[in-house]
Design a protein around this ligand. Structure first.
Ligand code: BGC
Length: 741
């Protein structure tokens, strides 16, 4: 079938979401027609990369060009060279949106949809067919080097945010890839570590976002993780790949290994394994595009793998190619790149994600008109981040740092003085230190001893602070490989700020200088020691190329913050379940804390966190009350909450719905998030009643013996609030009979 005939097929079947997306039956038919005309060699060709980020063109059967992939979850990373990790020249530039930890902090599925649409549009403009994102691994430990790339600690939040994002990407006739499937919740020795997690925890905590991606968003691609699961590489694990992903969830799309995560040809293929991806010249198990050897083909010839298995693998690839219009030649939705609109969306998502953690004295927002001199303490306020983060990095047309954002917001008449936080120990790692980290599989305990703040530098800062109209301390983490930065391939060394920083910040706070504000910018919790004495604090994750504009607009009240934390901020690492149970290491990790992850652990142990999951204040005040619970036709309910803005400025509030289990027959958490809704922008005095659906399935736990979810008969308590620790209303619903799912 040539391109034109295939397009005729597509046109007959019609399109759904956009121009090219075919329904399942039509896509499968188109894929099967092409498969029927392929030789065994050609099918094997499709089961591995033809280069670092491509799959082979096979013009003989109408695949006229290579299928092109690109990282990541917040930008379309520049294209990679065929044989190595370098970028092709000229390096392309794309919009960089906030990281997924920021997106999750918006608690706004509409932001997720826009986020996805920007990526989809930029992919189409660049000619990229598959995005290697979103990442939906769970923030099990604050030390995970990639928490900034994921959607937080709660499976319900992650699921509800990844679905619209994936739909947004795929609405542009391209594929999204949900990754890393699964139990890749640390970077320490990620390519070798063996993880063990009981089935109930796996299904209740670590799989829901993947399941939602497959079943609700119809994600077209899934990437396996590097680690082992119960002694078997995730990329060869039949229970996960065939049992859950294909058979239980009905996934029809393309399964691929993480780059270099393939360990065999026949074992993997016979256990539901996906296609092999790696740096172009390192692909070796299925087909090596550089030396032209076909190990998988040899295995078929030797009878170790059946041709039917290879057919299935190739069919999954062709199915995705057909769905997106790549195979059929159907017109695909046109994209655009680096537009004003995309840059505004980047800024807006950032603004919506910023969390007002404390505003005890009403210092924020600052009044731009009364500020003539600002002291900014912390070099990260002027330090660009968009080009950092390994596969999470981008190449941007510009990047607005916080200092840039302040300058643009305040204009020339305002003096901005930038000083480092005294005694910052962000030293460059020596070659030897980096090698040590490598040997330890990406983890070395840092010596956290601090000599305290440098007295001379603090005296200078004090004089500057007292002579300024505002002092803004910019603390947190950086992306990268030095010291205690956040990055792929290694975890943070500890949960601490750099040595000396906490002492300096405590000193700055003690001066009571006019309008002192602390901004924490980090993708994962940091165990600051001074928060009790900080009356004014904003928290932000990595916000991409418009970070500075977004933060400046929040600081000066152009935007009223409405973000909520997507991770519990522990006071100290020792308070976390992973630390207390000693289940974190680089070899054999047992998820002993079970489903008590994040706030579930802090609730169970009654530990007070620094800031609870879901926390976030506003420049206005809201009255939130539970206004009704109505039974729905399908046996579920609709929970309504009335939100009234009782303050003086317009703002948005997030209503969070948790469920508790007074009649629990099995061990259950104190409470669990099961839904949420963000209001529109409410003017002072204005009210909105938001509705949150709650299904019978939302009440279920996973029954390991039956291998199904079950909701027992009995009473369930609904808690409605504005954080996991700020409950504003309660109601009880009753389930008459047990249901299984
Ligand atoms: C990362 C993936 C990424 C892939 C391709 C791996 O090292 O774990 O998230 O998509 O590289 O760059």
């Amino acid at each position: 079938m040539n391109t034109k005939t295939v397009f005729a097929v597509a046109a007959t079947f019609g399109s759904l979401a956009s121009f090219a997306m075919l329904d399942d039956a039509s896509a499968s038919k188109a894929a099967r027609e092409v498969l029927a005309r392929m030789t065994l060699e050609e099918k094997v060709l499709l089961t591995g990369g033809s280069g670092t980020m491509t799959l082979s063109a096979i013009p003989r059967v109408g695949i006229d060009k290579e299928w092109t992939m690109s990282d990541n979850s917040s930008t379309v990373r520049p294209q990679m060279n065929r044989w190595d990790w370098g970028y092709t020249k000229p390096r392309s530039a794309n919009t960089k949106l906030p990281s997924l930890s920021a997106l999750a902090s918006t608690w706004d599925p509409e932001m997720a949809r826009l986020h996805g649409e920007v990526l989809g549009a930029e992919m189409r403009d660049r000619g990229v067919d598959e995005l290697l994102g979103p990442g939906v691994n769970i923030a099990r430990t604050p030390l995970n080097g990639r928490n900034w790339e994921y959607l937080g600690e709660d499976p319900c939040l992650a699921a509800k945010m990844c679905v619209p994002m994936i739909r947004g990407v795929q609405s542009y006739d391209v594929a999204a890839t949900v990754k890393h499937f699964c139990l890749n919740d640390q970077e320490w020795n990620r390519t070798k570590v063996d993880t063990h997690c009981d089935l109930r925890t796996l299904h209740e905590i670590y799989l829901p976002a993947f399941r939602a991606a497959v079943q609700e968003a119809e994600v077209l691609c899934v990437m396996t993780s590097y680690n082992k699961v119960d002694g078997i590489w995730a990329s060869e694990n039949k229970y996960l790949q065939t049992g859950i992903l294909r058979d239980q969830w009905g996934f029809k799309g393309l399964l691929e290994t993480d780059w270099g995560g393939q360990h065999s040809d026949s074992f993997s293929a016979n256990n539901g394994g996906g296609i092999e991806m790696d740096r172009g010249d390192a692909i070796k198990h299925h087909f090596n595009p550089k030396n032209g050897k076909y190990p998988l083909l040899e295995s078929v010839k030797a009878g170790r793998v059946s041709e039917a298995t290879v057919d299935e693998m190739a069919l999954h690839v062709l199915y995705v190619m057909a769905k997106t219009g790549f195979l059929t030649g159907a017109p695909r939705r046109a994209g655009e790149r680096n537009t004003k609109k995309h840059q505004e969306i980047a800024r807006r998502i950032g603004e919506e994600s910023v969390v007002l953690a404390k505003n005890d004295k009403g210092v924020l927002p600052l009044d731009a008109k009364s500020v003539r001199k600002i002291l900014v303490v912390g070099k990260n306020a002027a330090n660009k981040q968009c080009h950092k983060g390994c596969s999470g990095e981008g190449n941007v047309p510009y990047e607005v740092t916080f200092v840039d954002g302040l300058k643009a917001r305040l204009g020339d008449g305002v003096e901005i003085v930038l000083k480092p936080i005294p005694k910052e120990a962000a030293k460059k790692a020596s070659k030897k230190e980096l090698e040590d980290v490598e040997r330890a599989g990406g983890h070395v305990e840092a010596n956290a001893a601090s000599e305290g703040a440098d007295k001379g530098a603090l005296d200078e800062l004090k004089a500057l602070a007292l002579a300024s109209d505002a002092t803004i301390v910019f603390t947190g983490t950086e992306l990268g490989y030095d010291g205690n930065m956040e990055s792929e391939g290694r975890d943070r060394q500890n949960m601490l700020a750099d040595p000396g920083e906490d002492e300096s910040i405590a000193a700055i706070l003690s001066w009571n200088a006019k309008n002192t504000v602390v901004i924490s910018r980090a993708g994962t919790p940091v165990g600051y020691t001074w928060t009790d004495s900080a009356p004014t604090m904003l928290m932000s994750s990595y916000l991409g190329m418009e970070e500075g504009s977004a933060l400046a607009r929040v600081v000066f009240g152009d935007v009223n913050p409405s973000g909520k934390l997507c991770q519990t901020w522990p006071k100290r690492y020792e308070d976390t379940g992973v630390a207390q149970l000693g289940t974190y290491n680089g070899k054999e990790v047992v998820y002993n804390e079970r489903f008590y992850v994040g706030y579930r652990w802090f609730d169970k142990k009654d530990i007070e966190p620094m800031f609870p999951f879901g926390h976030g204040l506003s420049y206005t005040k809201f009255d939130v009350s539970l206004s009704g619970v109505k039974g729905a036709k399908d046996g579920g309910w609709t929970v309504s909450a009335k939100v009234t803005n009782t303050g003086k400025v317009a703002g948005r509030e997030v209503v969070q719905m948790y469920v508790a289990y007074p009649d629990a027959k099995v061990e259950r958490c104190v409470k669990e998030l099961r839904g949420f809704a963000k209001t529109k922008l409410l003017a002072p005095g204005e009210s909105e009643t938001v509705s949150i659906p709650l299904s019978v399935r939302d009440l279920a736990y996973f029954d390991e013996l039956d291998h199904r979810f079950v909701t027992d008969a009995g009473r369930y308590e609904i808690l409605v609030g504005t954080s996991s620790r700020a409950v504003r209303g309660r109601a009880t619903v009753e389930v008459g009979a047990e249901s299984r799912f």
